[in-house]
Design a protein around this ligand. Structure first.
Ligand code: HEM
Length: 127
C-alpha cells in the first residue's frame, strides 16, 4: 500500500474514531437506546484497531518510532491517556460529572495528538 493511502486510512480512521467517541458520549449521557445496539460496541473497536495498525505501518515507513522519536512517544502516551479517559467517560466514571469531565478531557487529549501529528513535535503549542 502506498504511503499516501496508508496515511489517508490513518487520518480517516482518526476522524471516524473521534466522531464516534463524541457521539457515544452524547448518547451515553442522554440514555439513548443506540448505546445498546450491537454495532456501537463493535465498530469503534474495528476503527481504532485499524487506526493503530496504520500508525505502526506509517512509523515503519518513515523509520521513526515511539520511544526513539519524541513526537511519536507523545502520540502513544496521548493515545493511552485518550483510551483511559474514554473508559472513564463511557464506562467506569462513578458520577455523571466525572464522566462528562473525562469525555471533555479525552477530546482535549485527542486535539493534542492531532497537533503533535501535524507539527511532528511533542510540544506543538508555539515556537
Ligand atoms: C488518536 C490517535 C491518533 C491520531 C488522532 C493521529 C492523527 C494523525 C494525523 C492527523 C496525521 C497526519 C498529519 C499530517 O500529515 O499533517 C498522522 C500521521 C501520522 N501518525 Fe498518527 N495519529 C494517532 C495515533 C498515532 C500513533 C499511536 C502513532 C505511532 C505509531 C502514529 C503515527 C503517525 C505517523 C508515523 C504519521 C505520518 C507522519 C508523516 O506524514 O510523515 N499516529 N496522525
Amino acid at each position: 500500500m502506498s504511503f499516501m493511502l496508508l496515511k489517508g486510512l490513518h487520518v480517516a480512521c482518526a476522524v471516524v474514531s473521534y466522531t464516534l467517541f463524541f457521539l457515544r458520549g452524547i448518547w451515553s449521557f442522554t440514555g439513548s437506546p443506540v448505546m445498546r445496539k450491537r454495532w456501537i460496541k463493535v465498530v469503534p473497536h474495528v476503527v481504532d484497531t485499524l487506526l493503530l495498525v496504520a500508525a505502526i505501518a506509517l512509523a515503519f515507513a518513515i523509520h521513526q518510532y515511539p520511544f526513539v522519536d519524541a513526537w511519536l512517544t507523545a502520540k502513544v502516551l496521548g493515545v493511552l491517556l485518550y483510551i483511559w479517559l474514554g473508559f472513564v467517560a463511557l464506562k467506569y466514571g462513578k458520577t455523571r460529572t466525572i464522566r462528562i469531565v473525562a469525555w471533555l478531557a479525552a477530546q482535549a487529549v485527542f486535539a493534542y495528538i492531532v497537533l503533535v501529528a501535524v507539527h511532528q513535535n511533542a510540544l506543538p503549542f508555539g515556537g
